[in-house]
Design a protein around this ligand. Structure first.
Ligand SMILES: C[S@@+](CC[C@H](N)C(=O)[O-])C[C@H]1O[C@@H](n2cnc3c(N)ncnc32)[C@H](O)[C@@H]1O
Length: 311
């Protein structure tokens, strides 16, 4: 691929993205050397906790090839320099994250867990929080928003007409700004809601051209914020939540990062709160201040307080 130069660059590495470059590509893929793979996975791990074992090297190559192609950069050495340069590192890291994160999600993902949340945990929590009428729920790694919106719908139909008297804070966070931009919109392809129960579709979505939108009553219950789970200082500034969902992100972490992430989340969990992880994820054999709650058909964790279990 050859691009034309369009004047001087103001990037420290001199790269304009438009200068003539012949990309050495294998199909759409630009191959990485072992040293380049090591450098990139080290940078990614240090800043996000996302772990790339050798088996996921083709996935990284395929995703970063797209980024290199967009930039017109012919090889990874130059790209690595832009990830290290003080002037470009933060901007390019955000773009890299937008390219490499797996944002797969859906409404009502893993129904057994959500049934346990709605029918076992939530009614109990509502009873205990009734004196203050405040509920705080966090979907950490919420991707494009389907998870926190699902939780909002469940809270909405469980509390019913009293909802206006409650102070409900549902927060969705993610490291990917691109995913969060879609979450803010609350607009989805019809395909995304095709398998939802008709009553849920009827109550919580409105048609919007070829797409559907989450109704304002639900949209307004949820806020979104960028948050990197590797950033301990920022996680520790979060408020305390009654329920935390952190599903299908720890599969991308190694054991050290899983322990670190679980400890941070436990620190933001109310003593009588509950935390869900993905149904295929496990905290077994890890040193985490959480213990399984022994619920029917789904795992949830509560915090180990050292004071016995909160009621
Ligand atoms: C597969 S999605 C899971 C979405 C949702 N929780 C679910 O289960 O359907 C994984 C999300 O984790 C996010 N992620 C990866 N590393 C992260 C990190 N260090 N901090 C916060 N989010 C992260 C990705 O951007 C992605 O949107």
């Amino acid at each position: 691929m050859v691009r034309k130069s369009n004047g001087p660059s103001n990037r420290p590495d001199g790269f304009t993205g438009l200068e003539p470059r012949r990309l050495t590509m294998n199909g759409f893929r630009i191959n990485m050397t072992a040293a380049q793979f090591d450098a990139l996975r080290g940078l990614i791990y240090d800043r996000s906790g996302i772990h790339y074992p050798e088996s996921r090297r083709p996935a990284l190559e395929s995703r970063l090839s797209r980024r290199l192609r967009d930039l017109g950069i012919p090889d990874y050495d130059r790209y690595i320099r832009s990830l290290l340069s003080p002037e470009t590192r933060d901007i390019e890291f955000r773009e890299l994250i937008n390219h490499i994160t797996v944002n797969e999600t859906s409404f009502l993902r893993n129904p057994p867990q959500l049934e346990v949340f709605e029918h076992h945990l939530l009614p109990d929590l509502i009873r205990r929080r009734r004196p203050h009428r405040q509920l705080r729920i966090w979907s950490a790694a919420c991707s494009t928003g389907q998870e926190p919106y699902t939780l909002a719908m469940q809270v909405h139909r469980t509390i019913g007409r009293e909802i206006a008297d409650w102070n409900i804070h549902i927060l969705g966070t993610d490291i990917s700004e691109k995913a969060l931009a879609a979450a803010w919109l609350g607009r989805y392809a019809r395909e995304a809601v095709r398998t939802l129960p008709p009553a849920m579709l009827e109550a919580y979505f409105i048609e919007h051209g070829d797409d559907v939108r989450v109704v304002p009553a639900i949209r307004n219950m949820v806020q979104f914020k960028t948050l990197n789970l590797k950033d301990a200082a920022r996680v520790m500034c979060m408020e305390i939540f009654d329920v935390i969902f952190c599903r299908n992100v720890m599969i991308y972490f190694d054991d050290e990062m899983k322990e670190r992430c679980a400890a941070l989340l436990a620190a933001r969990l109310a003593d009588d709160g509950a935390m869900f992880i993905g149904h295929s994820e496990s905290l077994r054999n890890l040193k985490v201040p959480l213990e399984a709650m022994g619920l029917p058909h789904a795992f949830a964790y509560r915090k180990v307080t050292g004071l016995g279990h909160a009621a």
